[in-house]
Ligand binder design. Structure first.
Ligand code: DX5
Ligand code: ZN
Length: 215
């Protein structure tokens, strides 16, 4: 069974406590937090100030997905705010190894992500430096988009590239109950789900359903 990482981007930002309590109640494994800067992606979301308040209100590990240019200069801020996992985009880093080792130097889990159109070979040199590969299955920037079907192949291929390394794979974008089994069977360890949870009638039940899917 895969882990579930609810993406609060689809939750009500004026009352995140509701979403955090739902995550707690459903036994969510991680809370996925999408940080966007209006440059790397055409959307603006939240920064370390909000991560800090989320940290004060939950014990669940925080999976922070940085969709920002030059992430290196913000790593320590996100660490201080209480992030447990920090993922950066390969396209956004000038020196990817340096950024990943900075994350790990704080004792945090380091992740690498890539846009759907970026070749998997771009992350291959860094597979010994990460704990997570976060595969985007939509163009990063917005929740509620449709899953790109070619992502299933990419998951299988990234799994082969990882081989026996202790690196988890998460998939992010357009994951619904209808396609979750397919991506788990392809090799995903963690499902990042936004609208498939928080825009449903009962987010707790939806999370539990995702958690019970067998690959
Ligand atoms: C998109 C974000 C995702 C998003 C997923 O750039 O990285 O985490 O919140 O939302 P859904 O599940 O609605 O595609
Ligand atoms: Zn994300």
């Amino acid at each position: 069974m895969a882990k579930i990482a609810p993406s609060i981007l689809s939750a009500d930002f004026s009352n995140l406590t509701i979403a955090l309590n739902q995550c707690q109640q459903a036994g969510a494994d991680l809370i996925h937090i999408d940080v966007m800067d209006g440059h790397f992606v055409p959307n603006l979301t939240i920064g370390p100030v909000v991560v800090k308040d989320i940290r004060r209100n939950t014990d669940i590990s925080l999976d922070v997905h940085l969709m920002i240019e030059s992430p290196k200069q913000y790593i320590s801020e996100f660490v201080k705010a209480g992030s447990d996992w920090i993922t950066v985009h390969v396209e956004a880093c000038k020196d990817v190894k340096q950024v990943l080792s900075r994350i790990r130097s704080f004792g945090k889990k380091a992740g690498i992500s890539l846009r759907p159109g970026t070749s998997l070979s771009s992350i291959e040199p860094f597979l010994n430096d990460v704990d997570l590969v976060l595969l985007m299955s939509v163009e990063p920037g917005f929740c509620g988009q449709s899953f790109l079907p070619e992502s299933v192949n990419r998951i299988q291929n990234v799994k082969k590239l990882i081989g026996s390394r202790p690196v988890e794979i998460s998939v992010d974008g357009g994951i619904k109950l209808s396609n979750a089994k397919r991506v788990i069977e392809a090799g995903v360890d963690i499902l990042v789900v936004g609208s498939g949870i928080f825009l449903t009638d009962d987010p707790v039940i939806s999370m539990k359903k995702f958690k019970s899917i067998k690959g």
